[in-house]
Structure formats: C-alpha cells, structure tokens
Design a protein around this ligand. Sequence first.
Ligand code: GMT
Length: 376
Amino acid sequence: MRIGITCYPTYGGSGVVATELGKELAIRGHEVHFVSYALPFRLNLESPRTYFHEVEVTSYPLFDYKPYTLALASQMLQVAMEEKLDVLHVHYAIPHSVSAYLAKQMMRPHKLPIITTLHGTDISLVGTDRSYLPITKFSIEQSDGVTSISESLRTRTVREFGVTHPIELIYNFVNCSQFVKRSSDGLRDRFASKGEKILIHISNFRAVKRVCDVVEIFNQVQKTLPSRLLMVGDGPERAQAEYHAELRNIRDRVYFVGKQEAINEYLGISDLLLLPSDDESFGLVALEAMACEVPVIASKVGGLPEVVRDGVDGYLIPPRNVAEMSQRAIEILSDPKLQELLGKHGRERAEANFCTSIVIPKYLEYYDRIIAQVGK
Ligand code: GMT
C-alpha cells in the first residue's frame, strides 16, 4: 500500500503516534510518505520505504499569516498524484483534515481516500472554540474514515460536534520491544544515587499538563523518601515549574532535561510516572510507562481510565488533588513489592492490548475497508 501521512512534526502525542505508525507500516512493507512543514521528530529517514515531503509556505509582505493550510493541500495533491497514494491519513483535525479535503477535491476525477485520526485537543480545546467548530465538524464529516484514539474522545466528539459519521475506535499503541524496564543502566546513576527513587514526568509542558502540580507532588514525596524528579520535555509552563521548584528549595533535586528522543531510556530507569493533567484523551506516556513496568499516578479524566486501571497499574485521582496524588506516590515508592506488582500489571496490560503487533493490523484493516468503500 502507498500511504500518505500528515501530522504536526513537533513534540506532542499526535505527532508521535503518526510517526510511529508510519515507521511500523514501513517495516511491514508499505510505502509511507510524510507530508508536513518539518521532519517529524522521532522520524528517521534511514528507514526503508519512508519518505518526507516538506511543505514550503511562500512569504509575501501582504501575508501577515502565511497560508499553511493551502500550501499543505497543494503538497498533498502533488504527493498523492506523483506517488499514487492509496490513502491519505491525517492526524489532528485542524487544519490537516481541511487541507486533505481540498486535496481530495482537486484530485477529481481521481479518488483519494482520506482518513482523519482525532487525538484530543483538536476536539477538546481548539475544536470547541466556536470559530473553529463548523469547519472542524465539516472536515470530520467529509473524511472517508475517522478514527478516535479512545472511547472517551469518540463520545465527546459525537456529543459536542453532533457528528453522525461513524467513528472507528483504534487505541494508541506502544512498541513493547523498545519500551522495557532497564535493570541496571548508567543513565540512572546520572540522576540518582543508590537508594533514591526516580519520579518522572514527560509532556509538552502546556497548562493542561499541570506541571507545577508535578513539582508539588514531588516536593511532598521527597520530604519522606530520598528521591529525584525527572522533567522531560519543554513548553510554555516550564519556567513556572522551575520557579516552583526554587520556591520549594528543591531545585537541585529536579532535573529539567528538555526534549528527548529516547524517552524509552528515561522511562526504563524510572520508578513512578506522574501525569496529573486537567484533561487527557488517552495519555500516551502513561501507556509507555506501563510497558516499562513503571506504575502510574494520573488524573481520572478523559481516556485515562481506558488505559490505566485504578489500583491495578497505578492510581487514578481527580485532577488537582495534589494531596491524594502525593500520598499514593509515597505509598507506592515506600513499598517495593507494591511498586513491582503495579509495574508488572501495567506491562501485562500493555502487552495484552496496546502493543504494535495488536494495533497496527487494525489500522491496515481499516485502510483496506475505507479504500474499498471509496472505490477506484
Ligand atoms: O497533549 C497534548 O497537548 C498534545 C496532543 C497532541 O495531539 O499532540 O496530545 C493528545 O494526543 C495524544 C496522542 O493521541 C494523547 O495521548 C493525549 O492524551 C492528547 N492530549 C490531550 O488530550 C490533552
């Protein structure tokens, strides 16, 4: 199959899912063409059958805002024609599904099946901004296929957008061979001494992630247990989080390591993941932690209960309840047997439901179905 993929190339869950999906499809013998304004982070062009087509947006003094959506549509059209794409799969509705719709119209009389995968903030934050709602709803309904990465997001899309189009549920996935626990590793020694616990948070540091809550939970934990906090990623709330650590006098125990590619290595040496977000349609990093046998403390919101089983793989607690999150963190980290048990359960759950070997065939089967439905 020849598959086009469009995503945001920046640090974020939807880009990670799109990139990893493309890589997995290429491994399985399919030709994958990425179309975006920059090379998606985590994409390695050395992989066979993987291509990147950059979208160039012309500057002109008249354009206060460059027309990226139009440039993307034009590049999608060109790639679809030249590479004879069988399907174009866009991740994140805004503006990718609109550009895809335009490319499809321009392709006529040739067919170009379009699939849109909804990831979360395209629906919850941006999509519900009244000015974006009609176009998002339209582009979802005009897609030949629509997938959602959790049941919670699917229900929300139907409820808030009144979309009647069927939405296929295909969960996010993790590479269970790359995301594994690492028993002894030099990386761990860089951050913690023997006997110290490592707590970790990974995100794009947007307000929704509650990074100051992460620091505060850690502050409570380190009063009881020798520990360190790894803050992986970057974004608008980073300075606030650093300031919070300074205020609490724990700046030397908190490592802000910035954006990292090999997050499996960081997770593999960690003892506990903190994900106290205000909202999370799936929480990919929770799944990645579970695959590494790392227990999870996360918010009981959105799609997280579909990923993490409360009391089995970790604990789900209402967002902003820092006191309970801290108490649960201390409970897990002061009981090695409990930490190990929760970690093992998480790994079992990842292996049984979310490994690439289980989820990638579902995308392939869905592509076949949509291509057949659109016809030649
Ligand atoms: O977390 C973000 O703000 C980034 C966003 C994205 O689209 O890149 O993440 C969303 O998609 C991820 C991958 O499907 C999900 O794991 C995240 O839960 C979701 N984020 C939110 O719903 C806030």
